[in-house]
Ligand binder design. Structure first.
Ligand code: GLN
Length: 297
C-alpha cells in the first residue's frame, strides 16, 4: 500500500491557523479578519473557502498570510493591510490619508435613500469627503444624481477621485480642495452630507490602536468638546442648502442633543436625531428617520 502523499496546508487549515493566532492575540473579530486576510493572500473567494476547503495553499501564499496576520496582531486594521474596505455596496481603496469607512456611517445612506427616490435628479455635497465612501455609495444607488466632495486634504481628494474612477462614477462627481463649503454658491445643494471629526481631543489617546494609530487625526479630532466641526458646519449647511433641501450629518453617540441644539440655534430647520443599527444616536437630520419611515416597495 502506498502511503498518502504528504499534505501541505489547504485554505481550510490556513484559515484555522490564522483564526487561532488572531483569537489568541485577542483581536476583536478573529474569524472575519482571518477570512479577509486569507482571501487576499490566496486569491480564494469566500465561496471557494466554503466549497473547496482542501485547495492547497502555496508556500508564498502562506507567507503572505503570515505577514498579514503579524500586522493585524500589531493592531493594524484589515482595511489598511489590504488597502481597501467595503462600505454599503461598494469597495473603496483606503490609505493612511483617509478615515476607514465604518458601518455606522451607513445610517447617512439610509436617510438619503429614503429622502431621494431612485430616479430623482438631485445634487449632493459631502463635506469632508475622505475616501468618498458616503458620496460614491449614494451616487451608485441614484443614477440621476450628481455629487461634489470637498476636503482640506489633497491626499484624501486623490483617494476619492481614484475611487470614483474605479466605480465609473467620475462622470457625475467633482472634488474640490477647500475647507467645508468655502467658495461654494449659496442655496446650491439638494442634499448636504458630512461625517466630520467629532472625537474630543482628550479622548484620542484612549482610542483603540486601530483607530488612534491608523486613522488620520484630521478626520477624528473634533477639538476640546468634540463639537468644533459642527459649529463651523451649521451656518455653512444653512447657506448652501436649497430651500426644502435635506441635510444629514453624522455625530458621536453622545452628541445628539448638543448638535441638535447647535443646529437649531443656527436656524437649520427640522433638526432631529436618528439612531444607527446599534441603537445609538448617529445622525442629525431634517430628513426621514429610517427606523420609523416605511421603505418604499
Ligand atoms: N466613528 C469614528 C470612531 O469613533 C469617528 C469618526 C469621526 O470622528 N467622524 O472611530
Amino acid at each position: 500500500m502506498t502511503d498518502a502523499s504528504p499534505t501541505g496546508p489547504t485554505i481550510l487549515t490556513a484559515w484555522k491557523g490564522a483564526h487561532k493566532r488572531l483569537k489568541d492575540g485577542r483581536i476583536d473579530s478573529p474569524a472575519i479578519d482571518a477570512r479577509l486576510l486569507l482571501e487576499a493572500a490566496s486569491g480564494a473567494t469566500r465561496t471557494d473557502i466554503l466549497t473547496d476547503p482542501y485547495r492547497p495553499v502555496t508556500p508564498e501564499q502562506q507567507a503572505t498570510l503570515d505577514g498579514y496576520v503579524e500586522r493585524r496582531l500589531r493592531r493594524e486594521p484589515v482595511s489598511r493591510i489590504l488597502g481597501r474596505k467595503a462600505f454599503w455596496k461598494i469597495l473603496l481603496n483606503v490609505t493612511p490619508d483617509v478615515l476607514s469607512p465604518r458601518p455606522d456611517t451607513e445610517t447617512l445612506l439610509d436617510v438619503s435613500l429614503l429622502a431621494f427616490p431612485p430616479s430623482e435628479a438631485f445634487n449632493v455635497i459631502d463635506l469632508g469627503v475622505g475616501s468618498g465612501a458616503i458620496l460614491l455609495a449614494l451616487l451608485a444607488e441614484r443614477p440621476a444624481a450628481r455629487g461634489l466632495g470637498t476636503d482640506v486634504s489633497s491626499e484624501a481628494i486623490a483617494v476619492a477621485r481614484e475611487n470614483a474612477a474605479n466605480l465609473d462614477l467620475n462622470g457625475r462627481t467633482t472634488f474640490l480642495r477647500t475647507e467645508w463649503a468655502a467658495g461654494l454658491a449659496d442655496h446650491s445643494f439638494d442634499l448636504v452630507l458630512s461625517n466630520p471629526p467629532y472625537i474630543p481631543s482628550g479622548d484620542i489617546p484612549g482610542l483603540d490602536p486601530e483607530v488612534r494609530d491608523h486613522d488620520p487625526h484630521l478626520a477624528l479630532d473634533g477639538g476640546e468638546d468634540g463639537l468644533d466641526a459642527y459649529r463651523a458646519l451649521a451656518p455653512e449647511i444653512l447657506r448652501i442648502l436649497k430651500p426644502g433641501g435635506i441635510y444629514a450629518i453624522e455625530i458621536g453617540h453622545d452628541q445628539g442633543e448638543a448638535v441638535k441644539a447647535l443646529f437649531d440655534e443656527a436656524g437649520l430647520p427640522g433638526a432631529k436625531i436618528v439612531r444607527d443599527l446599534a441603537d445609538r444616536d448617529r445622525v442629525v437630520t431634517n430628513g426621514p428617520d429610517p427606523r420609523t419611515t416605511p421603505r418604499p416597495s
